[in-house]
Design a protein around this ligand. Structure first.
Ligand code: HEM
Length: 119
């Protein structure tokens, strides 16, 4: 059964552009990971202030393997820069653009996809 892993990023209003810019220039390595099934970056529109990085995997093991991979490290190279504590959030010159992150895990219980009207 597939699993959904959501990395929930707390982003200061002035860092929104920066975080989206980073994702626009992302490494694109996750696409090559074994068991990877999809990725969406969700921008909050109403009320909420956290971005969600929604990923879908064939299994828990595939996700775990990816988080331990070089591709994961490379894909987070910018985010990890200047990571050592004490710098607060980044200011657009490397370093984390998010003030915090939280990982949410789900099992996919049901899925549906559109089907054509003629059927
Ligand atoms: C310490 C926690 C994390 C933070 C602060 C973080 C933040 C970021 C940022 C800012 C980027 C844009 C690329 C860059 O700046 O280098 C990125 C890429 C990405 N993140 Fe995270 N992330 C974290 C952990 C995770 C986790 C646990 C997942 C799994 C759901 C995840 C999924 C992704 C994906 C799929 C990409 C695109 C990488 C690629 O294209 O290969 N991140 N992350």
């Amino acid at each position: 059964m597939s699993v959904v892993k959501i990395n929930v990023l707390t982003v200061a209003p002035e860092m929104r552009e920066e975080i989206e810019r980073r994702f626009a220039g992302r490494a694109g390595l996750v696409e090559t990971a074994e068991g990877f099934e999809g990725f969406d970056l969700l921008r909050p529109v109403e009320g909420l202030d956290r971005y969600m990085v929604v990923t879908k995997w064939r299994s828990e093991e595939d996700f775990q393997r990816w988080t331990e991979s070089r591709q994961f490290q490379q894909g987070h190279a910018q985010a990890a820069q200047d990571r050592p504590a004490g710098h607060g959030h980044g200011h657009g010159h490397g370093g984390p653009a998010a003030m915090g992150s939280e990982l949410w895990s789900f099992d996919v219980v049901q899925s549906a996809a559109p089907k054509s009207a003629e059927g």
